[in-house]
Design a protein around this ligand. Structure first.
Ligand code: URP
Ligand code: ZN
Ligand code: ZN
Ligand code: ZN
Length: 485
């Protein structure tokens, strides 16, 4: 049974044009005028976009003494309803190591996911076992390794551990990711604010100023350069970090930056709210920033110094947030956004003229597909690509509210945002998995793991250039050596 999407305007990262799309099975079979198929999907008055890819989620993540409440079932269905057809989640190893953790993540995802998915592997310490396991992880189709420079005493790694792991990434053709905040300074500032009688959520933000993020971003860039590997900086929230990335790119380094939809649209005044719960629900790391930083992040997306918009969807319930009622250090860090990333970015980005529609597609789908080495299977509207497509209706609108969301969390940090632009239909590998106005349901287990091959090209280019420009010993003949010293 083939499907034809008719009457729409295709928006790709590189161009906008009118054409029909023929879908056969899981793939795009043809693109052109007046195509026909067994069933017709109406795209009249709508845009057809490549399905969104959210490269930063934490579904059912065990963290800070609890587990993120958003499940793989609810999270991936929320994603599809908002036009995101693939998520990339972080596997966090416990004492059993990387491979055991991978099995644990897979046992949850395989059974529950409605959308396609993949993983990043976290490196939370350095050992011989990790050295060997990283190769096995790459063989399993995971080409990215994440390093936390914060969360001292838990997930944080030190510079020597990062350097060792980055070198291993270079050898394996993998890409290191960093959560860039100086964890030592954060821990000291947290203690300072607790000691001075500030146990409330506002002190979470005070203890993580932009400077600690800027410093860590610079440091990670330096370590990646020394190791000869590209770098991807997750949740870039401020000008200090963006500036470090911009400068590195100007120097010819392959450094990528990922702002979150939350940091683009919400600011630090949220933590001043008199309602403790309002503020605690917005506790995440890095915290929301002074509004001025938003201009920097938007500019980076338009200028290309920042490439990807993600969510870092780590959704804890209000009840879970009360774990830190007397001590902001115990409030589980994380906010949601998976369901609303595309519509909020459209409303605040495309409708305001901060982004073109093509830039919107680039930062929600195409760029990350290229960075993760799954392009053009994902992130593209081309014959042969997976039919992950969104029929995006710019006239559909809603007011975001926890009362009618698919996410199972009891609040929404975008509560009250008015958005125009929503999926009329979402297709995942050719299946219609969401249609506006119908009571679609999650289809647990239909989502597939997307294997991502190692991508040695950038790493090889870097090591070739490093070899050509490496420090060399000076050869000196005997006549140029001091005599009798
Ligand atoms: O606050 C956050 N971001 N929680 C999730 C874990 C992380 O740091 O990405
Ligand atoms: Zn993080
Ligand atoms: Zn995260
Ligand atoms: Zn609008």
């Amino acid at each position: 049974m083939s499907k034809v999407i008719k009457g729409g305007t295709i928006v790709a990262a590189d161009r906008t044009y009118e054409a029909d799309i023929l879908v056969e099975g899981e793939h795009i079979a043809a693109i052109g005028k007046d195509l026909s198929g067994d069933t017709v999907i109406d795209a009249e008055g709508a845009y057809i976009l490549p399905g969104g890819i959210d490269p930063h989620t934490h579904l059912e993540m065990p963290f800070m003494g609890t587990t993120a409440a958003e499940t793989w079932e609810s999270g991936t269905f929320a994603a599809l309803s908002g036009g995101t057809t693939m998520v990339v989640d972080f596997v966090i190893p416990g004492p059993g190591g990387m491979l055991e953790a991978l099995e644990e993540w897979e046992s949850k995802a395989q059974r529950q996911a409605s959308s396609d998915y993949s993983y990043h592997m976290c490196v939370t310490n350095w050992s011989e076992q990790n050295f060997f396991d990283m190769a096995k992880v790459v063989d399993r189709g995971i080409n990215t390794f994440k390093h936390f420079m914060a969360y001292k005493g838990a997930l944080m790694v030190n510079d020597d551990e990062m350097f060792a792991s980055f070198q291993r990434c270079a050898a394996l053709g993998a890409l290191p990711l960093v959560h860039a905040e100086n964890g030592d300074i954060v821990a000291a500032l947290q203690q300072k604010y607790m000691d001075s009688g500030m146990p409330g959520p506002e002190a979470h933000a005070y203890s993580r100023p932009p400077e600690v993020e800027g410093e860590a971003t610079n440091r990670a860039i330096m370590i990646a350069d020394a190791a000869g590997v590209p770098l991807y900086v997750v949740h870039v929230s401020c000008e200090q970090s963006h500036e470090a990335i911009r400068r590195a790119r100007q120097k010819g380094m392959r450094v990528y930056g990922e702002p979150l939809i939350q940091h683009l649209t919400l600011d630090e005044s949220e933590y001043q709210n008199a309602d403790w719960m309002h503020a605690a629900r917005r506790v995440m790391s890095p915290p929301f920033r002074d509004k001025l930083n938003q201009d920097s992040l938007w500019a980076g997306l338009a200028a290309g110094s920042l490439q990807v918009v993600a969510t870092d969807h780590a959704a804890f319930t209000s009840e879970q947030k009360t774990l830190g009622l007397d001590d902001f250090r115990k409030i589980p860090n994380g906010t949601g956004g998976l369901e609303d990333r595309m519509s909020v970015l459209w409303a605040r980005g495309v409708e305001t003229g901060r982004l073109t529609m093509n830039e919107f597609v680039a930062v929600t789908s195409t760029n990350i597909a290229q960075i993760l080495n799954i392009y053009p299977q994902k992130g593209a509207i081309l014959p042969g690509s997976d039919a992950d497509l969104v029929v995006w209706d710019p006239k559909l609108s809603k007011t975001i509210s926890a009362a009618n969301q698919k996410s199972i969390i009891d609040y929404n940090v975008f509560e009250g945002f008015k958005v125009h632009g929503l999926p009329r239909y979402t297709l995942s590998r050719g299946d219609i998995v969401w249609s506006h106005g119908q009571n679609d349901q999650p289809q647990p287990g239909r989502g597939k793991f997307v294997k991502r091959r190692a991508f040695p090209a950038a790493n090889q280019a870097l090591s070739k250039w490093k070899e050509i420009t490496a420090p060399r010993a000076v050869t000196r003949s005997a006549e140029h050596m001091p005599i009798g010293v």
